[in-house]
Design a protein around this ligand. Structure first.
Ligand code: SER
Length: 319
């Protein structure tokens, strides 16, 4: 029987993936963990939650043993902008945390899901239709940890047979939990401003085009990849996946179709702009489509409608 541990369960992906996995595998089968205490009511009331710092290898090993965990979704990580502000801490959380997870997986026989990112690419990567296998010379500490993570996961699979799998997520747009300091966060913040009736000041320039994805697709990607027959996977880690690609100006225009009075101005943050400029504008995800049937359900227009409706309803409820 599948017994899952989620690290970083209170984060942007974790807060939704926890509930999705509990729906599929059963509430008690999915142990959520994180450093933020207490977690949201939804996570607390739908199953077990334990405090865990992923840099604490002993605490992690004890938790995996005491809960008979056989699958780890390792989401705990610092995002790109925060990582750039605290590079040593980013290495500690992103690399030491992953090393601890892989070691416990090796010793206790667990499967691992590892979310990588468009951040694994850099300025020397072809920015359009970025291939699955291409030049990877990231210039951010976030990208360096994510690329090293992909390689380490592949190594643990080849060397020790640990079943590690993962995708390269683009910017993720969601209405449950805000992202914690990424370069693509503008694409979430903009909705809060639009629905509050206030102008939004965007920290990326108007034409900065990046890959993006709506959270329901991101969750489905993780679940589908983990359920795929292993023999179908040639890459295992770091699958390019995308759903849409747009610039801040195009997103503002799409929002104005629903809220015509919405206005946006620009105050470019040089750090995040430089990060964004080093990332692809649109990835080629055909390998994921071929090997495990990846297919996004939400394009930009559907994402904007759904995001506005769901966020509006949670803002009205005061959530
Ligand atoms: N959304 C992430 C970030 O901006 C990219 O993986 O850091």
């Amino acid at each position: 029987m599948t017994r899952i541990l989620i690290t970083g369960a209170t984060g942007q992906i974790g807060s939704e993936l926890t509930l999705a996995l509990r729906d599929i595998y059963g509430q008690e089968q999915v142990v959520a963990s994180g450093r933020k205490h207490p977690p949201s009511t939804a996570i607390r009331e739908s199953g077990p939650f334990v405090y865990l710092d992923v840099t604490d290898s002993r605490g992690l090993a004890e938790l995996v043993a005491s809960h008979n965990i056989d699958t780890i979704y390792h989401l705990a990580s610092l995002l790109s902008a925060v990582a750039e502000a605290h590079p040593q801490r980013a290495w500690q959380v992103n690399m030491d945390g992953l090393t601890n997870v892989l070691e416990v997986a090796r010793k206790q026989g667990c499967r691992v899901f590892f979310p990588s990112s468009i951040g694994v690419f850099g300025p020397t990567t072809p920015p359009d239709h970025t291939p699955q296998d291409t030049i990877q010379q990231p210039t951010t500490i976030y990208g360096i940890t994510k690329l090293s993570g992909e390689l380490l996961c592949n190594y643990y699979y080849k060397r020790f047979g640990v079943d590690c799998r993962g995708v390269r997520y683009p910017g993720l747009i969601s209405h449950v939990t805000r992202p914690g300091g990424g370069t693509t966060d503008y694409a979430v913040e903009i909705f809060y401003a639009a629905l509050s009736g206030v102008p939004y000041t965007c920290f990326l320039g108007p034409d900065t085009r990046l890959d993006m994805m709506y959270m329901p697709d991101a969750i489905r990607a993780a679940v589908t990849l983990m359920e795929t027959e292993g023999s179908r996977l040639s890459h295992r880690n770091g699958y390019n996946i995308t759903a849409m690609s747009f610039s801040p100006e195009e997103l503002a225009t799409a929002i104005r179709k629903h809220i015509p009075t919405f206005s946006m101005r620009y105050e470019v943050d040089p750090v995040r702009q430089a990060i964004a400029d080093s990332w692809p504008r649109s990835m080629d995800d055909s390998v994921a489509r071929r090997e495990w049937g990846w297919q996004p359900h939400f394009a930009m227009a559907e994402m904007v409608s759904d995001m506005l409706a769901k966020l509006n309803s949670s803002m009205e409820k005061g959530e």
